[in-house]
Design a binder for this molecule. Sequence first.
Ligand SMILES: Cc1cc2nc3c(=O)[nH]c(=O)nc-3n(C[C@H](O)[C@H](O)[C@H](O)COP(=O)(O)O)c2cc1C
Length: 338
Amino acid sequence: MYALFFRQVILRMSTERAHHVGVAAFRWGWPLVAAARWLRLMPPAPVSGRVEALGTVFPAPLGIAAGLDKDAVAVKGLWLAGFSHVEIGTVTPKPQPGNEQPRAWRELDVRGLRNRMGFNNVGADAVARRLATLRASAVGRSALVGVNIGKNKTTSAEDAPLDYAYCARVLAPYADYLVVNVSSPNTPGLRDLQSVAALRPILEHARAGAVEAVRGRKVPLLVKIAPDLADDDIDAVADLALELGLDGIVATNTTIGHERGPGGLSGPPLLSRSVDVIARLRVRVGADMCLIGVGGITTADDARAMLDAGATLVQGYTALVYEGPFWPSRINRQLAKR
Ligand SMILES: Cc1cc2nc3c(=O)[nH]c(=O)nc-3n(C[C@H](O)[C@H](O)[C@H](O)COP(=O)(O)O)c2cc1C
């Protein structure tokens, strides 16, 4: 059914237009999603799928990765569709338009996507207002929301820690966890911030911002890394995360290791590298740290491979585009069965 809709409707739209239509469907269609859930067309995962992590209980392993709901407009719909957590963002301190269009492409032969969006978002203050409204509703209070934060394009590398501190301060009050994103390939120089020397002050500033804003509750702090880091650099980030007492690592973002044109590639071609990165991180950080595995997960077997490699939780984005709105509920139920 969705395959037909994908071919006849979605493929007739540009990738970016289809994205907006999809987000709008989750945004405005959340009561329909709630009804589908109630009618058990999109049943929640059974309790056997629950995962304890980051100081809370996730109803299942699979959540929606950052980048789909950059401005936190569709959290209710995504949550009710069966994602165990919704990572919004990347959010920057000031609003910014992102790169010029076209900036997203389908890679149909591999069921992948390629994008160079460049952190288009409405900015931290506007997202904080949205999240405040969301948290005032019953569904919004129950949803587990991660907030992925970044720096504005015009902010220099030296001032980057201040951008992360600002976002953490403004958004931590509404977040179940925060993710410092230093791994998008589409903001010039951003990935250089993954070096330990640059990353340390960013993580320290982000944590200070969160602690200043939220007293009496610890907001877990994670860092999201690229699949294109050399193994030694992955180890260095893992060591820094341990040293700073970080709560987790999200691995991975999109890859620039391809020859399909500009932007980062997502979807199935990423899976094996992302699984390898998670396996490497798990050995390095030990058993306790939360690792969120993301990159190319389409089937329950893919998700299981990520979990077996050492991931605590998993996320997906590209497969939602190709598999449709019943995908999260289906995968999370299959994961709970095994
Ligand atoms: C169109 C698009 C936009 C994205 N935007 C962001 C973003 O703003 N922040 C971020 O951390 N990751 C972003 N990502 C990366 C995803 O969160 C994820 O790490 C990556 O797509 C790999 O997962 P997947 O293969 O399941 O899509 C984006 C991915 C896509 C396809």
